[in-house]
Design a protein around this ligand. Structure first.
Ligand code: SAM
Length: 220
């Protein structure tokens, strides 16, 4: 008899972070993140997989050309809030449990995938990007809005210090010294559009201030 397969647990409860994020994400949107979400999603069409959808702050901003969104979220409280947001969304959104490292989506079925402030929190980013490549059809689009490595050695040193101390504990496992564009390219995607920006755009540079917003194409 074959040995039973080990299925990793899908739920990743973070009771404190999830409640905090549900509150601060509203403030972040008011501070300018909502406009960046709209810019991120505007080029998309067809069927979309949103990875780590949180409380569903993107749902209201999908353009009409999107026919269906499968939104994957492992945190139970955020998933419940996302399910509520899905009911009010202008496009069809189905919220499902799952992780980026094992997306509950068949091969080559999505026209686009969305990563919005998620890569920083993932324990295995390479596997997650390989999963995204698997579910996208050849030529499909990955839209990403992520914070990452700062532009100077000084900012990067602060980011490494933050990552080694309190930042991941306070921010739901988030790490700031991450190179989203490098990771996307290493996974075989071709970056077709890229904008570097600061969010929030204040005078003080925090470890998560440097952002990238872009599109990448799955080869094939
Ligand atoms: C900073 S929040 C961003 C939420 C949302 N994408 C947004 O734009 O507001 C990070 C999200 O990544 C999710 N996450 C953490 N680990 C994950 C994993 N292994 N797979 C998928 N999502 C994950 C968290 O539960 C959380 O919803």
């Amino acid at each position: 008899m074959a040995a039973p397969q080990r299925v990793p647990p899908v739920d990743r409860p973070r009771p404190v972070f999830s409640r905090l994020y549900a509150r601060i994400s509203e403030g972040m949107d008011a501070e300018g993140l909502a406009a960046l979400r709209t810019e991120l999603l505007a080029p998309l069409s067809g069927t979309v997989v949103e990875v780590g959808c949180g409380n569903g702050r993107n749902f209201a901003r999908y353009p009409d050309a999107v026919t269906r969104v499968t939104a994957v979220e492992p945190e139970p409280h955020l998933r419940a809030l996302a399910t509520r947001a899905a009911a009010a969304a202008p496009v069809l959104v189905t919220v499902v449990p799952g992780t980026a490292e094992a997306l509950p989506v068949p091969d080559a079925t999505a026209d686009a995938a969305v990563l919005c402030l998620v890569l920083c929190s993932l324990p295995d980013r390479d596997t997650a990007l390989a999963e995204i490549a698997r579910v996208l059809r050849p030529g499909g689009t990955l839209a990403f809005l992520e914070h990452g490595l700062g532009p100077t050695r000084r900012v990067r040193a602060v980011q490494r210090l933050a990552d080694a101390t309190l930042w991941p504990l306070l921010a739901g496992g988030c790490h700031t010294a991450v190179d989203p564009v490098g990771l996307v390219e290493r996974a075989g995607f071709a970056v077709t559009a890229l904008r570097r920006l600061r969010f929030p755009d204040s005078r003080v540079t925090l470890p998560a201030t440097p952002h990238v917003l872009g599109l990448a194409r799955r080869p094939g």
